[in-house]
Ligand binder design. Sequence first.
Ligand code: ATP
Length: 607
Amino acid sequence: MSMRDLDFKVVAETFQAMERISARTQLTLVLVKLFKDSPADVIDKTIYLIQGKLGPDWKSIPELGVGEKYLVKAISLAYRVSEDSVYKTFKAIGDLGEVAERLCRQARGKGPVGLASFMAETRRRLAVSRVYDTLLRIAYAEGEGSRDIKIKLTAGLLADAEPIEAKYLVRLIEGRLRVGVGDATILDALSIAYGGGAQARPIVERAYNLRSDLGMIAKILSSEGIEALYKITPKVGIPIRPMLAERGKEASEIINKVGGSAIVEYKYDGERAQIHKEGDKITIFSRRLENITFRYPDVVDLARSYLKAEEAIVEGEIVAYDPDTGELRPFQELMHRKRKYEIEKMVKEIPVKVYLFDILYKDGLDLTVKLLPERRRVLEETVIRTENWTIADYIKVSNPDELNKFFLEAISEGAEGVMVKAIHEDSIYTAGVRGWLWIKYKRDYRSEMIDTVDLVVVGAFYGKGKRGGKLSSLLMAAYDPKTDTFKTVCKMATGFTDEELDKMNEILKPHILKHKHPRVDSRMKPDVWIEPVYVAEVLGAELTLSPVHSCGLDRVREGVGISIRFPRFIRWRDDKRPEDATTEDEIVDMYLRQLKRIEEEPATEQT
Ligand code: ATP
């Protein structure tokens, strides 16, 4: 049976349409059409390309490694023009994609003489599978001779491309599509295209939460239908999207929320790890599902030796400790394990302990549908504890006093606070969902100061004076998962050192957009729009009503949103995707709670 393919031109035209769109509903419709046009055989590849990727991030597919220089060479080869003239056109237009488009059109237009006519005759239509497979070969080409291979393969695609295809091929390869479609939008579009409508969304989403690979989910859905998605269970080697916690402010409220009694664990300040065991093969995924196995060879050894299962998926927190005193160290210490070449040294200098807190799968059994007490029981059966490989400390509580006592104990032991976890009859593992089954109760929530929030950069403003000409304040937004949009909450200009400011200008530059990104909802117009990719941790003084921001609009008062006063940059949160930012609901919630607190306080405080 022959494979059915899709013309790459359809994808290129979709990119073009997406560039002009500034409303998310339209974006979804364009994707629905694309997905319907795409045969099941290649829908996975279509989806990866639309996201400017070659697969889900956790597959750690190498970068293409084709920079500007190689691209210029490839363009020159494909269209028989000198590299010099490619550069000249590049200087004049400023966009390599458009350069390729123009030179491609010129090469086609040369009429039926010489090489151009030869090319016209031998040209094959570009199909999605060929583009995808070729890009994959480019990515995996390494070592001696890989430079020529990368250039030749790129030139081969360009030679067969039509002008519009050439433009988006180049942008794809450069990683500069700037149309950034979020997972949520793709899930919406898939539900409409193949699930029969929006009502299919929860099923599609659940499947995606358990098997974090949009291409794979799309393929199953389009070839076998929605019924097949009901049957999806976790699989070792494929990361499960993590279950997330809501924030609690006060012990009695928390106890109420979890239904009267709960398991309370230390909240360790480390890095979340989802550890997969498949025989002897161990894979570790981060909070954002990146493969971080190489950073923790010590944890790999522990998992290999001390899990009593052929196959298992467990979750825990990896925490650094001081080998001299045994004391736990803050999360920042783990950052030393980022550099590949120093790992062995760091394993000795910054040893880690693993505190496991959940088990999601064991030897064919899907445990995500089991209740927490059952999962804890299986976890305890499965884990052989050693000094550096253990289960999170916990107690069972059924009133606020017990909770507070344990909370104080946790803090005095150097934990960040506690995690309160429901044990009632609905306490399953809700992959990918932030809900009240888990509640984080941290030190800072008790103080006057609001907690830090994680916000997404969606725009920027140029500075004045010493900072003239540089982007020096950022328009920051919270995430709204219901509409998959980013809604602004503040303009942030403090907290950066001069050095950080320079670095920020550098990293933001490739993400500057000509118009507002379709997933951004803003009432304010910044000097430049920025593609929502970067997340920063922000500390503010207080939350106030605001007529200029879109976050929380109409939620507290008609026509008014919520903003953060005196926001200050704390640090970049590269471990978070924009969709992991603080949500609009959380901001509204924080605002309402702060309000309550002010009302409750004796009036004498304020003069
Ligand atoms: P998140 O979006 O994951 O809530 P965050 O960094 O803003 O991210 P935190 O306030 O740090 O959230 O709280 C949640 C994180 O706490 C978890 O993702 C996990 O890494 C960590 N954690 C520490 N101890 C535990 C525990 N016992 N159970 C669950 N998570 C824990």
